[in-house]
Design a protein around this ligand. Structure first.
Ligand SMILES: *[C@@H]1O[C@H](CO)[C@@H](O)[C@H](O)[C@H]1NC(C)=O
Ligand SMILES: *[C@@H]1O[C@H](CO)[C@@H](O)[C@H](O)[C@H]1NC(C)=O
Ligand SMILES: *[C@@H]1O[C@H](CO)[C@@H](O)[C@H](O)[C@H]1NC(C)=O
Ligand SMILES: *[C@@H]1O[C@H](CO)[C@@H](O)[C@H](O)[C@H]1NC(C)=O
Ligand SMILES: *[C@@H]1O[C@H](CO)[C@@H](O)[C@H](O)[C@H]1NC(C)=O
Ligand SMILES: *[C@@H]1O[C@H](CO)[C@@H](O)[C@H](O)[C@H]1NC(C)=O
Ligand SMILES: *[C@@H]1O[C@H](CO)[C@@H](O)[C@H](O)[C@H]1NC(C)=O
Length: 823
């Protein structure tokens, strides 16, 4: 982006600091642009859970090589043999054996594993190896894998050191065979990442083809797989591989289909197709086709073998063009350096600091910024199911997670990306009738709550995002969510009560009753989410369809239909409660501290009603009144964070023992609701600091659970910045920065090439404490505990003065409650 970025070196105070750091500091910082921020990225944060060395309750973060939102995420795939423990959702687990190096992965996801396809595996012997059975050739790792931005290194038990890098559409792998002996690269086209615990959401291989040419120096073809988290149908990935040298031999093989429900078929033996240059699984479209692959053998004198492989979702020809265009020749280091440069230019340089004193903190910040740029995948030009000239993104996994604060950060610092995603969401609606909430493998699926693309669109709309977005279509897409009941896909997990594929499965109730009744599973959390979705419609309608405005605003208050003033829990009264269609309470023994199994068929999804009862960002004013006023509400909020305050378990995705759940999205905004009470900003800051200190760090287990496609990471970024967005409103709550300076590049929301401004955030007194004493906006004292998007979008300076005691400095207007309606 062009623009008007001015570096901190022009400010005398910062200049002084830089000079001081130059003299004193070991890091010898220069201006922000010259810093290689990738040095502060630890790719293993979020790859282990609380049990060291395992992925149990880990962040499922992908630690391999990738570009920002790259199609290719190149890394290892490992086995996990303990079904009650983990799945290798990001391919990598700290334990287990390596079965392949593959090119497509998700990051920070859960549920049925998706991708782990287009693989290679380096071997040094064929003794005992059955190429159809990964258990006969999988390798342990000799030492802990190493990773830096753009480069992943694993040292296998067979002595091979594999270095892995990536461009947007290609992987680049360098095998160092170390010990003298045989050298093979196995390409099992039928390889994919399995799922241990949810067989109904496991992937499986459907079909494929592979063709070798140039004496085995090149291969190309495609694989077809199906299933995974959204129970998607077949998806096809085309590939085009090159080796840097001709192999001694290249042999194709095929073997019987492996039935995921009939695992013992892996004992089958391959058929070698010795005289063929093409192996085909079966008639295209047949799901139970043969497995196929190729085995390449290299000369024993070759200590190093390099391979680059392009992928496309359209054709082998495109896959070949990608690898040719993106990797020139065989200079592996060039590809690694290009990846680092791209990350610095496109991502890290957008938020920089001159405060380089605490490397732990820098590592937490830049690693989190990194991890929120892995999915969705930018597959522009690669939409296989419909032709389009719009941007195309896949792997929204899921908006239920990212709408709460991740999309808002992309929007602020990369409006071009945010707009591309939004245009892609609208385009999916244009071609497939509904915007997705979750989408992967080019297929909408797995709606956990509301139709949260509505929130993402509204958030961008109220902040004035243009970038060629067709907002008329955007509003029509939102209106489809609000008015058209999606067909029921009869998901067994929600007992078939409404679609989980897209849209709002319980819309019939919502339109008829103004709340979702217990005829649907997750009725309480669906009600809460549909309210925000309809609020999202109202803010866009206000401009684009004024006649709709009041209707959707009214509908956004539907949560009040489930509010039961007489229900008490833990000495507080007034809670959301599940109701039957005739308005009566569903369960006389209802307990707001419990959500039963808390999953798809529960009354509330992945959080207790206590928690969901706070999820009313559009009308905190009414909520606080219903809760009994600011003083009672404050005590009630305090209880959310009381150690040991959670009476029961709330299933997976939970951590700690407070009613507040640090590991899951419905809790994301709760710590900052003190802002709405007046003169209590200090308490939001206290929570922010406590939670970051308690649950986040720079170790492999430094995330409180699944990263959810970077959602937890973006929550951390906002906290460390000292801001938190109120999604669907042009509002950012002020917290307390963890660094004494930030420069945030804020590009114009008008469109490409329209310049950019700088948002400067400074904090003095960090050495004394973290409580805000006073704030200045552009040099003028500021007493509101929030700023509007307009306040910062054209560039601004927010100066925080911090100290060690709480101060009731926030005497100005409370953050707005624009969804307030008198009913
Ligand atoms: C499986 O993993 C879980 C979680 O790490 C652990 O508690 C359990 O002991 C493991 N079971 C086996 C048989 O290793
Ligand atoms: C490896 O083999 C096992 C046993 O046949 C199978 O369950 C698994 O899906 C295969 N693939 C991987 C990548 O682990
Ligand atoms: C595979 O397992 C199934 C179910 O256990 C069994 O009925 C079948 O005979 C086995 N097939 C082979 C080829 O061993
Ligand atoms: C094909 O190749 C395999 C493996 O090298 C060999 O064992 C087999 O005898 C060959 N088959 C034929 C028909 O040449
Ligand atoms: C650096 O930051 C970490 C994480 O916030 C903190 O635990 C540590 O105390 C800090 N170190 C110093 C010297 O301030
Ligand atoms: C919104 O609700 C108010 C209060 O119940 C009612 O008077 C008004 O007619 C409603 N407007 C629409 C458009 O539904
Ligand atoms: C409400 O509906 C439930 C379930 O159909 C029924 O058991 C209950 O008697 C009804 N209550 C009233 C007041 O109609």
């Amino acid at each position: 982006m062009g623009g008007t970025s001015i570096t901190g070196c022009f400010a005398p105070r910062l200049l002084l600091l830089l000079l001081l750091l130059c003299v004193l500091g070991p890091l010898n910082p220069v201006v922000a642009e010259d810093v290689d921020w990738t040095k502060f990225v630890d790719l293993f944060i979020g790859t282990e859970g609380p049990e060291p060395g395992t992925a149990f309750n880990a962040g499922n973060v992908f630690p391999g090589a990738a570009m920002p939102f790259g199609v290719v995420k190149a890394g290892i795939d490992t086995t996990v043999f303990n079904a009650s423990c983990c799945n290798a959702n990001g391919g990598y687990t700290p334990d287990g054996f390596v079965t392949a190096i593959s090119l497509l992965h998700e990051s920070g996801t859960g549920g049925g594993v998706k991708y782990g396809v287009v693989g290679q595996m380096p071997l040094t012997t064929l003794d005992g190896v059955n190429v159809l059975d990964n258990l006969t050739y999988m390798q342990p790792r000799k030492v802990h894998d190493k990773a830096e931005v753009g480069l992943y290194t694993t040292e296998l038990g067979n002595g091979v050191v594999a270095e892995i890098s990536a461009t947007r559409h290609a992987g680049f792998i360098k095998y160092d065979y170390k010990d003298p002996g045989e050298r093979y690269v196995l390409v099992d086209v039928s390889h994919f990442l399995p799922t241990n615990d949810e067989v109904n959401l496991a992937q499986f291989y459907s079909n494929g083809q592979i063709e070798v040419s140039d004496g085995g120096r090149k291969y190309k073809g495609y694989g077809i797989w199906r299933g995974g988290f959204n129970a998607g149908p077949d998806y096809t990935v085309f590939f085009c591989g090159h080796f840097d040298q001709p192999p001694k031999s290249a042999k194709l093989f095929s073997g019987p289909y492996t039935d995921p429900y009939w695992p013992n078929t892996t004992n089958s033996q391959p058929t070698w197709l010795n005289d063929s240059t093409t192996a085909t699984g079966g008639t295209n479209g047949y799901q139970y086709a043969n497995r196929i692959g190729a085995l390449f053998e290299f000369d024993a004198s070759a200590s190093e073998v390099m391979s680059k492989v392009g992928v496309s979702w359209i054709s082998t020809e495109k896959a070949c063009n990608f690898v040719d265009d993106e990797i020139d020749g065989w200079n592996f280091d060039d590809t690694v350096e290009a990846a680092k440069k791209t990350w610095n230019d496109e991502v890290f340089s957008r938020i920089t600091t001159t405060d380089l004193a605490n490397v732990t903190r820098l590592t937490m910040f830049y690693s989190a910024l990194y991890k929120m740029h892995l999915i969705p995948s930018d597959r522009t030009g690669e939409s296989p199911n419909f032709e389009t000239t719009e941007p195309y993104y896949d792997d929204f996994y899921t908006l239920w997670d990212t709408f709460r604060c991740t999309n808002s950060l992309w929007l602020l610092i990369e409006p071009d990306r945010a707009a591309g995603m939004i245009r892609s969401l609208i385009d999916v609606w244009r071609n497939e009738r509904f915007m997705p909430d979750g989408r992967s493998g080019n297929y909408n699926g797995r709606v956990q709550g509301g139709s949260n693309a509505d929130n993402v669109l509204a958030d961008a709309y109220v902040k004035g995002l243009k970038y060629g977005i067709n907002w008329d279509d955007g509003y029509k897409a939102m209106k489809t969510d609000a008015e058209v009941t999606p067909y029921n896909n009869f998901d067994i997990e929600n007992k078939g009560t409404g679609s989980t594929k897209e849209g709002r499965g319980a819309l019939d109730d919502w339109l008829k009753l103004g709340f979702v009744s217990t005829s649907y599973s997750r009725s309480l959390s669906l009600t809460v989410e549909y309210c925000l979705n309809d609020f999202a419609l109202s803010v866009v309608a206000k401009d684009l369809a004024p006649d709709d405005y009041q209707k959707y605003l009214n509908r956004s208050a539907g949560w009040r239909n489930l509010w039961v003033p007489s229900i008490s829990s833990l000495d507080f009264t007034g809670f959301l409660a599940p109701k039957q269609a005739n308005g009566t309470l569903a369960d006389p023994a209802y307990d707001p501290t419990s959500c039963g199994e808390c999953e798809w068929s529960a009354i509330a999804y992945e959080a207790v009603p206590w928690e969901y009862s706070w999820n009313i960002p559009q009308d905190m004013r009414t909520l606080i009144t219903l809760m009994g006023g600011p003083a009672t509400t404050e005590r009630r909020l305090d209880l959310m964070f009381k150690p040991g305050g959670r009476p029961g378990a709330i299933g997976t995705n939970s951590l700690g023992d407070t009613l507040f759940n640090p590991g899951n999205e419905p809790s994301f905004a709760t710590p900052f609701l003190y802002h709405y009470l007046g003169r209590r900003q200090w308490k939001s800051v206290l929570r922010s600091r406590q939670l970051v200190d308690q649950y986040y760090g720079d170790s492999p287990s430094g995330l409180p659970g699944n990263s959810d496609g970077g959602s937890l990471d973006s929550w951390l970024v906002w906290n460390l910045l000292g801001l938190y967005p109120v999604v669907t409103q042009p509002v950012y709550l002020l917290l307390s920065p963890w660094f004494d300076s930030f420069e945030v590049r804020v590009p114009s929301f008008e469109g490409e090439g329209q310049g950019e401004e700088t948002l400067r955030i400074t904090a003095t007194g960090l050495d004394k404490g973290y409580y805000v004493q006073s704030v200045k906006l552009n040099g003028t004292p500021w007493t509101k505990n929030w700023v509007s998007h307009e306040d910062i979008a054209k560039g601004a300076t927010i100066e925080f003065v911090l100290g060690d005691t709480p101060a009731e400095w926030d005497t100005g207007d409370l953050p707005p409650s624009p969804g307030h309606v008198e009913l």
